[in-house]
Design a protein around this ligand. Structure first.
Ligand code: AMP
Length: 292
């Protein structure tokens, strides 16, 4: 695996690959890699000629400086994991490389309501920062395919809208949520769960699955109410949102006939740790998010 810290060196190397007609896959991450991230690398490895993984803890998407400070940075073990997953190129830039003084990196993208819904209510500014860094990384790497996780569904939706608006010739690939054996979606935050939290965390996915079973006989509103109550009535859990939304607009649906792409999505505090998760309830696109 090649490691580049500077934009110019990375671009020189990629330029040579592109000249040979090689297809480039890109996996942007913030490091602290787990099997969820690695599944993206492996998928990109199977589907493209050369995989670029970036590790950059992007300051502009953190609204809490303490959260940014606390973000884990186990770079040695990340490198080992990437090597064994067959990643070809690691891009490990400094903040100065991503945001060089004098370069306007702001994105000219009309978010509409996409960054206001769901996470947007609780993390103001987060998606603007995310879009800025993804846009900058894409401008640097100019990949053929971009691999992102369904786990961060709103992020995926915003990046898809951004690529559509830009008319960028990049294929965005949704990768399924990788879970622990008990159903908990893998996340670097899981390391902060206490032993007691760990007994509660599986309830999140169980409840999303329950919503899926309920969709045959109940309205979205009834499902939202029953599932939120079930979670909130469990001591140690606190729901921030539990919503059934149109998978493109992220707006709540009133009936299952309202949209052909529907997702049930949640953010729940498990003790001191805020976890997000989602399940696709209805979609032709779901086929691309099925675990292989
Ligand atoms: P992050 O480092 O948290 O920014 O995540 C980098 C990429 O990995 C994003 O596209 C995430 O959606 C994806 N990802 C994170 N957790 C998982 C998971 N459990 N399963 C699949 N993909 C994931």
């Amino acid at each position: 695996m090649y490691l580049f810290k500077r934009v110019a060196d990375l671009q020189k190397y990629l330029g040579a690959l592109k000249k040979k007609g090689k297809e480039i896959g890109m996996v942007p991450t913030m490091g602290a890699l787990h099997s969820g991230h690695i599944s993206l690398i492996e998928k990109a490895r199977r589907e493209t000629d050369a995989v670029v993984c970036s590790i950059f803890v992007n300051p502009t998407q953190f609204n809490d400086p303490a959260d940014l400070e606390k973000y884990p940075r186990p770079i040695e073990s990340d490198i080992e994991r990437l090597e064994s997953a067959g990643c070809n190129i690691l891009f490990l830039p400094s903040a100065e490389e991503i945001y060089p003084p004098g370069l306007d990196t702001s994105v000219h993208f009309e978010f509409g309501d996409l960054d206001q819904a769901l996470e947007g209510v609780f993390r103001p500014g987060h998606f603007k920062g995310m879009a800025e860094v993804v846009n900058r990384l894409l401008n640097i790497v100019q990949p053929d395919k971009l691999y992102m996780g369904q786990k961060d569904f709103q992020q995926f939706t915003i990046v898809r809208a951004m690529l559509e608006q830009k008319g960028a010739p990049i294929e965005l690939v949704m990768c399924p949520v990788i879970r622990e054996d008990n159903g908990v979606a893998m996340s670097s935050r899981n390391a902060r769960l206490t032993p007691h939290d760990r007994t509660l965390a599986p309830l999140l996915y169980q409840t999303l699955r329950q919503a899926d079973f309920m969709k045959e006989r109940f309205t979205p509103e009834e499902i939202k109410k029953a599932c939120s109550e079930k979670l909130n009535n469990t001591p140690g859990l606190k729901v921030e949102y539990f919503d059934l939304v149109d998978g493109r607009t992220l707006l709540p649906i009133e009936s299952f006939a309202d949209a052909d792409f529907i997702v049930v999505t949640l953010a729940v505090w498990v003790g001191e740790v805020r976890l997000i998760d989602n399940v696709i309830l209805k979609s032709v696109e779901a086929q691309s998010a099925t675990a292989e």
